[in-house]
Ligand binder design. Structure first.
Ligand SMILES: Cc1ncc(COP(=O)(O)O)c(C=O)c1O
Length: 460
């Protein structure tokens, strides 16, 4: 019974000669992963399983630079990169040294430690809007705190969110804008069970890269506390977003609505100063995490002094906005983050490198698809990339066709894995500073070989 699950009994999984051979290869070289799946699935819930389109999950034993190695000893070029957190690659020596140092001094006190200031000072300098900083442990906490501060400061309760976003796991992010028939105005739709109905009343669904959103913000300005937007959506990294971002920023200013950039992925990735630096934006608040923790858990709220003072209450806010938790600002995350940010600050050349490699990968992939008349394409902004299994261009998430080439996508991920590139099927892919030109050449070779295999099997 358990075995059937591992053999991938999903009827939507195609069976074709080359894919069956790749599956057999993967099964043969991942016996330990297979055994662990049997033990694990009886005990442990794993949200990631559904994301990995392969016969069974692989479990990672180690990572180094651009590579990860599974518990069977197979090495892959990684494109998950800790869900975007590992901008410097895995196990960067400066970060490893910082972790080692803190592990010799004690790593959890609850109350403040001296490790917090160096990172706070660097973030203050790096992030244009960061007049004040607040630490927490995850990006979800950061967006929850930022919304709470925005509501307090603005004296209004609603939050505007765009389709295609991800801002974290808390209830205030669980109503997503969904296409409402032919109407360009999206409706709110639950993306989880257990979300209170009241969240719908507090969410203003907005259409990404659609000027109708500017009208909606104007119409709702008396109720809207804040509008959240990613400078580049990690689910849909499109290069030409700056005009829309500026329009949203301007209309928020005009309407007295706070403008929050969620830089969880883009911070320290698409530029040292994130989307604010790259696109010349001046948000009221920004949320960060991922890269500025060096691969350890972190969340950051940064923003205008007057808004951030609501956290302290010295502006007369009674009670102040609550923020805090057991592991907030813990020494390990602070030290790893400081080592990571210091390296990025002192090696700005990594941004040109990631940009060049991301552009090269995308150009090669797209030119192969065009040349061979394959209906799919890649888009990237620097080191963030996405493969769309559809030919028609994507403007917003509403243009992403649900399952046009689902079988081809499954086959692509499996072949690529078998050939040595981990493409998770989760649609959000990253290069890092550790991905060299040679890694990217290898990825181009593997992707083109993979596309040929998928086509030969008639799935493309
Ligand atoms: C843009 C954005 N905001 C918020 C979050 C939530 O961060 P976390 O997973 O650390 O809670 C994520 C996570 O991927 C994200 O990409």
């Amino acid at each position: 019974m358990r075995h059937e699950t591992m053999q991938n009994s999903d009827p939507s999984t195609p069976s074709t000669p080359r894919l069956d051979a790749a599956k057999a290869d993967m099964m043969a070289k991942t016996a330990r992963c297979q055994a662990m799946t049997e033990d694990r699935e009886a005990l442990l819930f794993s949200g990631m399983r559904a994301n990995l389109l392969m016969p069974h999950p692989i479990y990672i034993a180690s990572g180094d630079g651009a590579h990860i190695t599974d518990i069977d000893g197979n090495e892959y070029i990684d494109t998950v990169m800790g869900f975007g957190a590992c901008v410097l690659g895995h196990r960067h020596p400066d970060v490893a040294r910082a972790i080692q140092r803190v592990s010799g001094a004690g790593w959890h006190f609850g109350i403040h430690s001296h490790e917090q200031m160096p990172l706070a000072e660097m973030l203050h300098e790096a992030i244009p809007c960061a007049e004040r900083i607040l630490f927490c442990n995850t990006g979800s906490e950061a967006t929850a705190y930022a919304m709470r501060a925005a509501r307090t400061f603005a004296g209004k309760e609603k939050v505007g969110i765009f389709d295609g976003y991800w801002h974290g796991m808390h209830d205030y992010c669980m109503v997503t804008p969904a296409r409402d028939g032919t109407n360009t105005r999206p409706k709110g739709q639950d993306i989880s069970a257990g979300v209170p109905k009241a969240i719908h009343d507090l969410t203003v669904p907005l259409a990404y890269r659609n000027r109708v959103s500017l009208d909606i913000i104007r119409e709702k300005k008396d109720e809207l506390a804040v509008v959240l937007i990613e400078p580049v959506q990690h689910s849909n990294p499109q290069p030409d977003v700056v005009d829309f971002l500026r329009e949203v920023q301007d209309v928020c200013r005009e309407c007295g609505v706070l403008f929050l950039l969620d830089e969880m992925v883009t911070g320290f990735r698409i530029a040292y100063g994130g989307g604010q630096e790259r696109f010349g934006l001046t948000p009221d608040l920004a949320t960060l995490g991922k890269a500025c923790g060096g691969g350890l858990p972190i969340g950051v709220v940064a923003g205008r002094e007057d808004i951030m003072r609501t956290f302290v209450g010295d502006d007369g806010t009674t009670p102040p906005v609550f923020a805090g938790g057991t592991f907030t600002g813990n020494p390990m995350s602070m030290a790893a983050g400081a080592a990571s940010v210091a390296y990025m600050r002192d090696h700005r050349e990594i941004y040109g490198h990631m940009e060049e490699q991301g552009n090269r990968l995308t150009a090669a992939f797209n030119s192969h698809c065009t040349q061979h008349n394959m209906p799919l394409h890649m888009s990237n902004v620097g080191s963030m990339f996405h493969i769309y299994f559809q030919g028609n261009p994507v403007y917003s998430s509403f243009d992403i066709d649900e399952q046009p080439l689902a079988a081809a996508k499954q086959a692509f991920c499996l072949h690529a894995l078998n050939l040595g590139v981990l493409i998770s099927g989760g649609d959000k892919y990253y290069l890092s500073a550790a991905h060299t030109a040679e890694h990217v050449d290898r990825m181009i070779d593997i992707f083109t070989e993979t596309l040929s295999l998928v086509r030969e099997d008639g799935l493309l």
